[in-house]
Design a protein around this ligand. Structure first.
Ligand SMILES: C[S@@+](CC[C@H](N)C(=O)[O-])C[C@H]1O[C@@H](n2cnc3c(N)ncnc32)[C@H](O)[C@@H]1O
Length: 470
């Protein structure tokens, strides 16, 4: 089936099976394909502010409410992510054919058929080492966290299938039999990964449970999940929810959809975006497999906001300080200042985060390069804590000068390694692949390094200009 036929089949299913209104005043968007980004949502006509673009009935959503009764219970229950992933896993389309799921088949059939270009796929399959090795350390770290989440969900669902092998009988696939619940072979893991990535890259927040922060408040919503991300407004907004307004959660789930914001209208044929949270590029890449576009120089000039996470650099520095480093690490952990040490290109001037400044202040509270613990630890810590609490602006002028100097060294190091990797990547030809995604992935990785380079350059300018940061 072509993309257009898939879209039409999806609309027919939403209308006929779920009673969704698809007249021109009820469905004001259409799915269209754009190379590099895939499918997206486009306005069929001019859309004034505060216009409902479409409403998908609750019964057509894939979430804990619509699925829980279909599967035997477990204690503790499968999470929303695990349940939706299990359902997709059991009804994955075979080859180029359609999903045979009698309940959600036409929806499952429009989902991406593979995630070869997603970095989690490389990590789980142990493939594309050339790309994985080129990731900035901070991106590898986020990817490891995503991979751990995937592994926990896969282990849990696998265990569930072992306890309930007859669940496999509900699968509409011809290639799944009960043996799946006994062997965790790579093909089965790959099927589960496909399902999990669909959930992780396409689920949206929907208030289903009484507590707003419940991790099961997520849903796969047809049509909605064609919306791509843009860091810049205007963004479409989810339809208001009664469950959210009353703070109650929703017994059977609610219809869901999108509307235009109160302060923006959209032209006919314009692509319509949502914002997948205010994520840094490293998170967008590890979770969703893409990065925000960054024209050269825009981060350096502060036109686009860039961020670098310096965890690996600081950890290396602390390791080199022996017992003193270990002592500093413990103090940072105890005060809740361990990690999340970042530098930013905007708002101007480019600057280190307060957490980074604080870590560097403590680092220099023990004379560098001394490797032994200070003789007056309480005194050292008290003076440092005064800066955390705002009782003092600094530990001392010498300490300020020292951490600013170290920040310059760190930025120079970041620039060196970014330049080196970019040069290597520019001089090596990417491996060819049939779908052409490798070039796209390489470009994303280069953007990640360029962000590191430009943020570090901008911070050097700030330090050299004597900017005060707080
Ligand atoms: C919710 S889906 C959006 C629809 C998707 N493009 C499709 O083809 O079905 C999220 C995925 O779309 C892609 N995507 C979203 N926003 C993007 C953007 N600004 N640039 C590139 N890819 C984007 C990423 O692959 C992401 O994992």
């Amino acid at each position: 089936m072509s993309a257009t036929t898939h879209w039409e089949a999806l609309l027919a299913w939403l209308h006929q099976e779920h009673g969704m209104k698809i007249g021109e005043n009820d469905l004001r968007v259409e799915c269209r394909y754009r190379p590099g980004v895939g499918n997206g949502l486009y306005a069929l006509n001019v859309c004034p502010p505060s216009t409902t673009l479409f409403t998908v009935p609750a019964s057509a959503l894939l979430n804990i409410k619509t699925l829980v009764k279909r599967y035997p219970p477990r204690t503790p229950p499968l999470s929303g992510t695990q349940l939706v992933t299990l359902h997709l896993f059991l009804h994955r389309p075979e080859g180029n054919s359609e999903s045979k799921d009698p309940a959600f088949g036409p929806y499952i059939s429009v989902l991406p058929r593979n995630f070869d270009s997603h970095p989690l796929t490389w990590q789980v399959r142990n493939s594309c080492a050339d790309l994985l090795q080129r990731l900035p350390p901070s991106v590898s770290k986020v990817l490891d966290i995503v991979a751990r989440r995937f592994q926990i969900d896969w282990d849990t669902v696998f265990e569930y299938l072992q306890d309930h092998p007859h669940v496999i009988d509900a699968s509409s696939r011809s290639d799944l039999d009960a043996s799946v619940s006994f062997t965790k072979d790579p093909t089965t893991a790959d099927d589960f990964l496909w399902a999990w990535l669909n959930v992780n890259t396409r689920c949206v927040y929907q208030r289903l449970k009484p507590t707003g922060s419940d991790p099961d408040n997520l849903t796969l919503c047809p049509v909605f999940d064609f919306a791509n991300h843009s860091p810049d407004p205007p963004h479409l907004l989810p339809l208001p929810s009664n469950a959210e307004i009353w703070g109650t959660g929703s017994k059977r789930g609610e219809a869901y959809g999108l509307r235009t914001p109160p302060d923006a209208s959209f032209e006919k044929d314009q692509e319509l975006f949502i914002q997948y949270g205010a994520h840094a590029n490293k998170t967008l890449f590890a979770e969703y497999g893409f990065v925000n576009a960054m024209p050269e120089g825009h981060v350096l000039k502060g036109i686009i906001s860039g961020e670098v996470d310096l965890q690996d650099v600081l950890e290396e520095m602390l390791l080199a300080r022996g017992a003193a480093g270990q002592w500093i690490k413990s103090a940072l952990e105890e005060e809740g200042y361990w990690g999340d040490w970042t530098v930013h290109s905007s708002p101007k001037p480019a600057h280190p985060s307060f957490r980074l400044i604080s870590a560097l202040r403590l680092y220099h509270s023990v004379q560098v390069p001394t490797t032994s613990i200070p003789r007056n630890p309480d005194e050292v810590l008290d003076r440092w804590r005064d800066t955390l609490m705002g009782r003092h602006d600094s530990i001392s002028p010498e300490n300020e000068q020292a951490w600013r100097g170290t920040l310059l060294d760190i930025c120079r190091k970041v620039i060196r390694r970014a330049r080196k990797t970019l040069e290597e990547m520019n001089s090596s030809r990417p491996e060819q692949d049939a779908d052409g995604w490798r070039q796209y992935a390489q470009d994303c990785i280069k953007t990640l390094w360029r962000e590191e380079l430009e943020v570090a350059e901008a911070v050097i300018v700030s330090v050299v200009n004597g900017e005060e940061f707080w």
